[in-house]
Design a protein around this ligand. Structure first.
Ligand code: NAP
Length: 374
């Protein structure tokens, strides 16, 4: 079922105030067409409990073109992006320079910010914002073979946190879960990294990835959707956009609109929160920061507040931004957020008589819809 909120419906010659019509998916197309013909205005279409994301029928009146692929191209010129400078057979050996917790008292689990010095390589290991690197943990697996590499999204800009152009930082959560026998299991590589001491040597591969590159346009709009450690690439974008030293070093002065949606279980689990609050106060016209704190806030249905609930809340504004060919959307973190985000966008598109199932591939093709979820 869908709820259609309508303004300007008239009956018996009298204009009525806003009304909400509840219709099934099968009726949605014809009801919306009739509303359009009557001259009334559709304010919003929202899925009601249990409704799965669907391809919403297209409806006149004349939908605006949402994408202009040619105008939106591309992120950082792909050809200049370094890839696989170091491979697993011959990794670069970096040195840990710092390893500290990103969490506040009372947080759940362990999440650390870990920095490696990259000096001395030939070639020098370098990267751009939005890429990942591989880490090969010390030791052997249960079969006595060396561990395989694990990929982590890079959390520092190409200049590194100290702007010396020779470090890389990661934001790592220690994986922990109970197996079927009820034993507590800790992730091999994430534990290796969270426990590592400054001075230790670590095998690093990469960089890899061209999915999450930032647009070069200083006037681009960037919508970021992150859960947990999925914040890593977003931190790099926001530093590049709003840190004074970065703006100076890059000569790239972001003037567009950036909007970060961040999902965390508790306030104490928010990552890099102070930096983002500072950017918000320094650049109120350019940066907006919206949090979904799942175990402290409730969604309108009384459940945990997830990032897709925030996207539903602001779907119309987000959709209006997406209609601008300068807008890019980045999603990183838990795969579970994707269906809810699609559902919210389906409803927002339907309110404009557009079909999200058709639009999303167009955005993807135009390199404006960037997803890296696990
Ligand atoms: P976390 O802190 O455990 O959780 C982040 C938030 O997401 C919590 O508020 C959690 O809520 C919420 N959440 C749980 N299920 C959700 C769902 N279906 N939809 C939306 N939100 C949901 O996160 P984390 O352990 O750091 O995990 C982040 C994930 O991102 C990991 O799977 C990691 O592998 C992945 N990741 C991917 C990349 C990448 O693709 N490049 C990079 C970094 C991380 P509750 O726990 O309260 O239910």
């Amino acid at each position: 079922m869908f709820a259609i909120e309508v303004a300007g419906m008239s009956g018996a010659g009298v204009k009525r105030s806003n009304e909400v019509l509840k219709v099934s998916y099968d009726q949605l197309n014809s009801v919306m067409r009739n509303i359009g013909r009557s001259g009334a205005r559709i304010l919003r279409v929202t899925p009601i409990d249990g409704t799965q994301p669907v391809a919403t029928p297209t409806t006149p009146p004349t939908p605006a073109p949402v994408t202009t692929p040619a105008a939106s191209k591309p992120a950082t010129a792909h050809a200049q992006v370094p890839v696989n400078l170091y491979k697993p057979k011959n990794p670069f050996v970096g040195t840990v320079t710092e390893n500290y917790s990103l969490l506040q008292d009372g947080a759940i689990g362990r999440v650390n910010h870990i920095t490696f010095n990259l000096e001395g390589g030939d070639p020098q290991l370098h990267y751009v914002e939005g890429q990942s690197i591989g880490i090969i943990p010390d030791g052997e697996d249960a079969k006595g073979k060396p561990h395989k590499l694990r990929l982590y999204s890079i959390a520092s800009t190409r200049h590194g946190d100290d702007m010396a152009d020779n470090t890389v930082s990661l934001c790592v959560r220690q994986l922990e879960y109970k197996n079927e026998a009820g034993e507590q299991i800790y992730g091999t590589c994430s534990t290796f990294l969270c426990d590592i001491e400054p001075g230790a040597k670590v095998k690093i591969t990469g960089p890899v990835g061209k999915e999450m590159l930032l647009p070069e346009d200083e006037e681009a709009n960037v919508i970021m959707l992150a859960t947990g450690t999925g914040i890593a690439p977003m931190r790099t974008y926001l530093r590049r956009m709003f840190e004074a030293k970065e703006r100076e070093a890059n000569g790239w002065k972001f003037r567009g609109k950036a909007w970060l949606f961040m999902g965390a279980p508790k306030t104490a689990n928010l990552l890099y929160d102070e930096d983002f609050l500072r950017y918000e106060s320094e650049y109120p016209d350019n940066f907006r920061y919206t949090k979904a704190i799942s175990r402290e806030q409730q969604n309108p249905k009384g459940g945990r507040m997830y990032i897709q609930d925030r996207v539903t809340e602001y779907a119309d504004e987000i959709f209006a931004m997406i209609e601008d060919p300068k807008t890019h959307v980045y999603m990183c973190g838990l795969r579970g957020m994707e269906p809810g985000i699609d559902e919210a966008m389906t409803a927002a598109a339907a309110a404009k008589g557009l079909d999200w199932a058709e639009l999303r591939p167009q955005l993807k093709k135009a390199e404006r819809w960037h997803v890296e979820t696990y």
